[in-house]
Design a protein around this ligand. Structure first.
Ligand code: NAD
Length: 250
C-alpha cells in the first residue's frame, strides 16, 4: 500500500513549478489528486503525466482570487472523489518588482487577492469539507520571505508573512477537530515564477545567497510538503517549515 492510498488532495497552482511537483508526487504516492490552476492546459499536461505514470488525477480550471471559483473547486472534488483529506494552497504570483511607493493601488490589491485572500477562501471551503469526514491536513505555500524581507517585493513579502500567521491561527482553531495546518517556506526555487522575473545573472546572484550554493528544485519543496500532509507528521501543526538551502540561517 502507498502512503496516500484512499486519500483525496487538492493542489492549487498545480499546472507549473512547485505545485506540479507536489501533485505528481502525491499521485505517485496513491492520492486522488485535483490539479487546479488558472492555466487549464498546464493542469491538463500535469494530469497527462500523472496518468501516464499510473496515478489518478483530474484537472480543474480555477481562479483562486475568486471565492465562487474556489467553492466550486471544493464541490467538484467532493462530487468526483467523495471526500477531501488534504490540500496544498500553493497558487501565487510574484507581483511587480519595484519600490513600495511605486506600486499602483490595483497592483498591490492583485497580489493580496491572489496570494493571501485566496488562501482564506481555500481554507474556508476545504476545512468545511474535511470536517465532514473527520479531519485532514493543509499546507499553505509561504516562502523564506514569510520571515525575511526582500527589496522591491513588498506586496509579495506582506502576503507571505500573513500566510504564516493565518496558518498558526487556523491550526489552533482546528487541531482538536483533526485538521493540521502548516506553512512551508521555500528559498528561491528554479520555476517559471523566478525564471520569468529575473535574468540569468540575477539568478546566479540569488543562488549564491543560499549556503548550499544553488537554487532549490521543485521536487525538494514537494518532499517536505508531502511529509507534512502525511500521517508521519501527525504531531506537527501550526508551524512554519523552511526548505531554503540554509538561506535563513545567516
Ligand atoms: P509558478 O509560476 O511556476 O506556478 C504558479 C502557478 O500558479 C501557475 O501555474 C499559475 O498559473 C498559477 N496561478 C497563478 N495565479 C493563479 C490564480 N489566480 N488562480 C489559480 N492559479 C493561479 O510558480 P512557483 O514558483 O511554482 O510558485 C508556487 C508557489 O510557491 C507560489 O505561492 C510562490 O509564491 C511560492 N514560492 C515560490 C518560490 C520560488 O522561488 N519559486 C519561493 C518561495 C515560495
Amino acid at each position: 500500500t502507498k502512503e496516500f492510498d484512499g486519500k483525496t488532495v487538492i493542489v492549487t497552482g498545480a499546472g507549473s513549478g512547485i505545485g506540479a511537483a507536489c501533485a505528481e508526487q502525491l499521485a505517485a504516492a496513491g492520492a486522488r489528486t485535483v490539479v487546479a490552476d488558472l492555466n487549464l492546459s498546464g493542469a491538463e499536461a500535469v494530469v497527462a503525466r500523472i496518468e501516464a505514470a499510473g496515478g489518478m488525477a483530474r484537472a480543474y480550471a480555477i481562479d483562486v482570487s475568486d471565492p465562487e471559483s474556489v467553492k466550486a473547486m471544493v464541490d467538484f472534488t467532493l462530487s468526483s472523489f467523495g471526500r477531501l483529506d488534504g490540500a496544498v494552497n500553493n497558487a501565487g504570483i510574484g507581483g511587480p518588482l519595484k519600490p513600495l511607493a511605486d506600486y499602483g493601488l490595483d497592483e498591490w490589491k492583485q497580489v493580496l487577492d491572489v496570494n493571501l485572500n485566496s488562501v482564506f477562501y481555500c481554507m474556508k471551503y476545504q476545512i468545511a469539507a474535511m470536517l465532514q469526514t473527520g479531519g485532514g491536513a493543509i499546507v499553505n505555500m509561504s516562502s523564506i520571505l514569510g520571515t525575511n524581507g526582500f527589496a522591491n517585493a513588498s506586496a509579495y513579502v506582506a502576503t507571505k508573512h500573513a500566510l504564516v500567521g493565518m496558518t498558526k491561527s487556523a491550526a489552533l482553531e482546528y487541531s482538536a477537530k483533526g485538521i493540521r495546518v502548516n506553512a512551508v517556506g521555500p528559498g528561491f526555487i528554479r520555476t517559471p515564477l523566478v525564471e520569468n522575473a529575473m535574468d540569468e545573472a540575477t539568478l546566479t546572484g540569488l543562488a549564491g545567497l543560499h549556503p548550499i550554493g544553488r537554487l532549490g528544485a521543485s521536487h525538494e519543496v514537494a518532499n517536505l510538503t508531502l511529509f507534512l500532509l502525511s500521517d508521519q507528521a501527525s504531531f506537527i501543526t501550526g508551524s512554519y517549515h523552511l526548505v531554503d538551502g540554509g538561506y535563513a540561517a545567516q
